[in-house]
Design a protein around this ligand. Sequence first.
Ligand SMILES: [Fe+2]
Ligand SMILES: [Fe+2]
Length: 439
Amino acid sequence: MFSKLLIFFIGFIVLTIEVNSAESWKPVYIQPEQLHISLGEQPTEIVATWTTMEKTSDSICHYGEESKQSFDYSSRGYQQKFIDGGPKKRHMYIHRVYMKNLQPDTRYIYHCGSENGWSELFFFKTFPKGNEWQPRFVIYGDLGNDNAQTMSMLQEEIQLGHHDLVTHVGDFAYDMHTDNALVGDEFMRQIQPIAAYVPYQVMAGNHERDYNYSNYNHRFTMHSQGEKEINNHFWSYNIGPVHLIAINTDFWEHIQYGTHMIENQFKWLEQDLKRANEPENRKKQPWIITMGHHPLYYQATRPDNKIRIGNEQLPGLEPLLYKYGVDLSFWAHDHIYTRFLPVYNEKIFNGTRQDPYFNPKSPVHIITGSAGCREFVTPVHSNPNPYTAYVSNDYGYTYMTVLNETHIQLRQISRNQMGKVIDEFMLVKEKHGPEAWLY
Ligand SMILES: [Fe+2]
Ligand SMILES: [Fe+2]
């Protein structure tokens, strides 16, 4: 009897040890991932944002000039627990660190993490000082986790240093919150080979809306120049001779939750445009360029587009853009590339008979929403409106090179045609501001 009991007892201990050790072998998820950078409060700052699945001891970036091959600087930031709104209430930790006192036009190496582990080594190059340089933008919207047709091309071009920054004009991952935010995690891993090397500047689309934009709000870090507060919904920044403004046009699409978001943003936008038009500011940044997800114009006429014209309760955007002499507006949402003739109030305002884009008499609109997602592309309309100048539903993205205060070069790159430039034009403005419409 005693020996039977002893065997049982020993057996119980062995089993307990096994169960305990199996539990203690559960992996820990403290390795930094999904790292990306964006423009900080000042042009001398770059913010790094990344994720760990569990809390780590600290949030730190080590950085230094590439030419010295050493981490001469260290910045400490913070981590915030993010709980996804899905049924599993998955959580993760989002880390933010501001790399400060950066020299202009300098290449830095960096890594981020903590004593629990560092990310891979990445690099970025700061913008030159002042306004006399030629920013090279890549612009696209509607890039998903699945069918991300242009992802590998973008990853390679960015790593080779072909571009200074990326602007993603809404609709990410499809969707970041899908499958308890696992889709968001994987998408953010996919863009790391882009977004860890150049500022990845974003605005929200309809696919970010769920759970009150919470995945979008937590995973990105947008600042207006000179603003301490993070605001991922509307922000503006001076980049060379460009004053870039990003807005959330999705606010117009769910007014059942109230109109205060539109009103707040509208007030901010008007203030921002006013300031950008003060003569000394417009002299330094003659180009005012806006970006937002839902377009004001499509291939087919939509006379009741409330984002453009507003309604009884709400203002529309088009009169404001016109009043303050916005030069160029980028949109996405329609999974297609569309270049419009200069248009205002559905009327064409070409610059000259030979060249619509030479001193145009209204803003110029472009849709670039064909980067690739699981909703595929929009068909080309068989009978588009008269102000639609060129349409392609090849997967692709847009290059914008700001040559100087009078010339911007725009090119559309096709993924279907292995990087071929399928549309190209020069926007020329010898005068900026509302007076350009009469020039
Ligand atoms: Fe989309
Ligand atoms: Fe959309």
